[in-house]
Design a protein around this ligand. Structure first.
Ligand code: ZN
Length: 425
């Protein structure tokens, strides 16, 4: 028995729209796609779903998620979550059992919002590795998950690694390669190398954490073991080092617009970019919302000032990357303060605001993301032979990209041919 979607407008992920399309799913796979009159529907009793007036598109992907972080249930004071008793919440230090359930629930929120694949870029004690494994084992239904394990420099006692992970405490290339072996051995799909500080943290964009030799040793070892590597790299020199060390992808890259060589080097080396533009805008919006309510945002003035600078810096980088043809995917940094699970599609709105077409933003979140993951033969487009990861949207995202953020519009979500979110009734 096949599952047949009919009467929808199809955005196939390659830049094409097929009006009045039919999509045939058999098992976990898409077996036929095209105009109604051209598609041969298998004989026998099929399950036919009429999606008249709706849009069928590939499942969305978020390549920069932190399932362990979430502030939506808490009260933010000074950018730090507090519970209803006024106690500061430190989710990262909670018991693993609690954190595991919390992370699985957040993964489900992403799936319900149409995100059928996420790459978790770092979690306390690399717990995402186990969450991803539990999902693959069928212990719960979440998105396809790629777990990143963090590789970071040696920290002084008491200082936290950026993702509250054990980053391997790297001093020297041998330790970098050793950390990669340990982390791949425990199940990491990707390695996330802290090449520079983050845009907003104890270490800044211009602080070089892992050395070039450490970055190269970690990358070579990861590749030897068949894993991909992404670099947390914000300043131009850090980004260049990461590219020359052979990484597959760069996270944030806040200062890409400040330098004339970085974008070209990324294109030449086929390095993907996951900018996470909304993460700074989210703080500005939180401050604006608080002001509109006549309340204090709680964000320190210096913090907000830095975020406003970052917003402009990031925008220039994004424009430069678009001009230069950098392979730009989409990730959100959901889990960072004010970034809420299930609202991941906000990032697409920012791409459109900064000049990308709606179609371009959808392609970035689907086909391009699949390319960066090295999974383009399996997911990312609606074509015969691909896994049936699909979203059916009530309103047309090509007219207004924001409809992807409204849960009511996310009518049906399929992962591997199975309906995993159903809002038909
Ligand atoms: Zn992050």
């Amino acid at each position: 028995m096949a599952l047949v979607l009919k009467n929808g407008d199809l955005i196939d992920g390659t830049g094409k729209v097929v009006k009045n399309a039919v999509v045939v799913i058999e098992g976990s796979t898409i077996t036929a796609v095209g105009k109604a009159q051209e598609v041969k529907i298998p004989e026998g009793e099929n399950e036919v779903i009429d999606v008249d007036g709706m849009t069928i598109m590939p499942g969305l992907m978020d390549l920069h998620d932190h399932l362990w972080g979430d502030t939506s249930e808490f009260i933010m004071i000074g950018g730090v979550p507090h519970d209803r008793f006024g106690e500061e919440v430190t989710i990262a230090e909670d018991h693993d059992a609690y954190l595991a359930i919390f992370m699985a629930e957040n993964a489900k929120k992403a799936l319900g919002a149409g995100f059928t694949t996420i790459r978790d870029t770092g979690s306390p004690r690399d717990m995402t590795i186990d969450i991803a494994r539990a999902e693959r084992d069928g212990l719960f239904v979440g998105p396809r998950m790629l777990a990143c394990a963090t590789v970071d420099i040696t920290f002084p006692p008491g200082k936290k690694q950026v993702h509250f992970t054990e980053g391997g405490n790297i001093t020297g290339p041998v330790e970098a390669a050793r950390a990669v072996r340990v982390k791949v051995g425990s199940g990491a799909d990707w390695l996330h190398l802290m090449v520079t500080g983050a845009a907003a943290g104890f270490w800044g964009a211009e602080d070089h954490l892992l050395t070039f030799e450490e970055t190269q040793a970690a990358t070579e070892e990861a590749h030897r073991l068949g894993r991909r590597v992404t670099a947390n790299a914000c300043g131009p020199q850090g980004m260049k080092d990461a590219v020359l060390a052979g990484v597959d992808c760069i996270e944030h890259g806040t200062h890409l617009g400040e330098d004339d060589e970085v974008a070209k080097m990324m294109v030449d080396h086929g390095v993907g970019w996951v900018p996470t533009l909304y993460v700074s805008i989210a703080k500005k919006e939180a401050a604006d919302d608080a002001e509109a309510r006549g309340e204090e945002s709680g964000l320190a003035e210096y913090w907000l000032k830095r975020e406003l600078e970052l917003i402009e810096l990031w925008r220039r980088g994004f424009e430069k990357a678009m001009e230069g043809g950098v392979l730009t995917g989409i990730g959100t940094d959901t889990g960072a303060p004010y970034m809420i699970h299930g609202k991941n599609a906000k990032e697409l709105e920012i791409y459109v605001r900064y000049g990308m077409s709606e179609m371009g933003a959808i392609e970035a979140a689907t086909r391009v993301n699949a390319e960066i993951l090295g999974m383009a033969d399996k997911i990312g487009t609606v074509e015969p032979g691909k896994e049936a990861d699909l979203v059916v949207v009530k309103k047309d995202p090509l007219k207004d990209i924001k409809v992807l953020q409204e849960m009511d519009n996310i009518h049906l979500v399929f992962k591997g041919g199975k309906i995993v979110a159903d809002r038909r009734s």
